[in-house]
Ligand binder design. Structure first.
Ligand SMILES: [Fe+2]
Length: 324
């Protein structure tokens, strides 16, 4: 930690959000303001960014970080090389795209893990499983193109894919009904569940007002679109396709695309549906702030037969540690 009375005048405030979806390498130093005139040197050009700490700062309400005046040009250059620009530049080598995707995945996972209380061991195992999926999926050029669309489709969609993958595995594990292979299928199904959105206009996901009937109809096509996208991909098991296609079915029969009743909905799809609902509730959306974890669990408990009742009980034990 650096305390330097002259430092304050040499520093420029920059928005902490600028570091989101950015690559890890920084060729400048970054400081955190502790109090008036008192700054800590938190990331350096030799160590790079630490995504976990960055996510913790955001959760604690930090809105700005600081860079040296002398480094401001390097900083501007850094933010111009966002993950998005790397993915969309036709000259970016494939390896660079994959390493950037893995970086972004790690960054998004860090953001998920600061929101929920999960022990380090479970967190790191889950992170490894997800990094493996991303590597597996990215090894197939057709699937890599799909995943890059997911990343480029607005920042919420990729974060949500990662969050649902993590939550699906936690719920499935806590339900005690799955072996390791099915747990991993659930993680992959959770990761790909909303892939159909990549075929729809991005603004539909972040629309701030009430959707019109016509817009709702379009949004509902994403389950079928997702299924179609995975139809000819050899590395994706059928179970994952069922999850993608059925993740908006509801035990009450009021879901879509087919209004299936509880007995015929594929059980892992019910888990992903719940993980999807939970992730959406604890995320900040354009039309509302995020709900706290206890508030989100309460909403799921009060949702009637929108979700599987037994699985909702499992969610309370997973995400409300003191209720165990
Ligand atoms: Fe969905």
């Amino acid at each position: 930690m650096t305390e330097n009375p002259n430092l304050a005048t040499d520093l420029v405030a920059v928005d902490i959000k600028d570091f989101r979806n950015a690559t890890r390498d920084i060729n400048f130093d970054v400081f955190l303001k502790l109090s008036e005139g008192n700054y800590a040197h938190v990331f350096s050009r030799t160590t790079g960014l630490d995504y976990k700490r960055l996510a913790q700062y955001v959760v604690k309400g930090v809105t700005h970080l600081y860079v040296k005046n002398a480094d401001f040009e390097q900083y501007k250059n850094f933010i111009s090389i966002s993950a998005h620009s790397i993915f969309t530049n036709p000259n970016t080598p494939q390896e660079k795209k994959i390493s950037t995707l893995l970086n972004m995945t790690e960054q998004n996972m860090s953001e998920v893990f600061v929101q929920i209380e999960i022990d380090e061991d479970t967190a790191s195992k889950t992170q490894r499983v997800i990094q493996n999926y991303v590597e597996l999926v990215a090894a197939d050029p057709q699937m890599l193109a799909v995943i890059l669309k997911l990343v480029s489709h607005g920042e919420y969609l990729y974060y949500h894919a990662i969050a649902v993958s993590i939550f699906s595995m936690f719920i499935a594990k806590a339900s005690g009904q799955f072996n390791q292979r099915t747990l991993e299928l659930l993680g992959l199904g959770g990761f790909l569940h909303d892939i159909g959105y990549t075929q729809l206009p991005p603004e539909l996901m972040s629309y701030a007002g009430e959707l019109t009937q016509e817009q709702k109809h379009v949004v509902r096509t994403h389950a079928h679109l997702g299924l179609n996208m995975l139809q000819n991909t050899k590395n994706i098991p059928d179970e994952v396709r069922y999850i993608v296609y059925q993740h908006h079915e509801e035990p009450s029969g009021a879901g879509y695309p087919n209004g299936l009743n509880s007995a015929v909905i594929y059980y892992p799809a019910k888990i992903v549906a719940l993980a999807d609902g939970f992730s959406a509730l604890i995320s900040k959306r354009p039309y509302r702030p995020p709900f706290s974890v206890p508030q989100a669990v309460k909403i799921l408990q009060d949702a009637g037969r929108k979700y599987d009742r037994e699985l909702v009980k499992v969610v309370a034990t997973v995400f409300l540690p003191r209720a165990k």
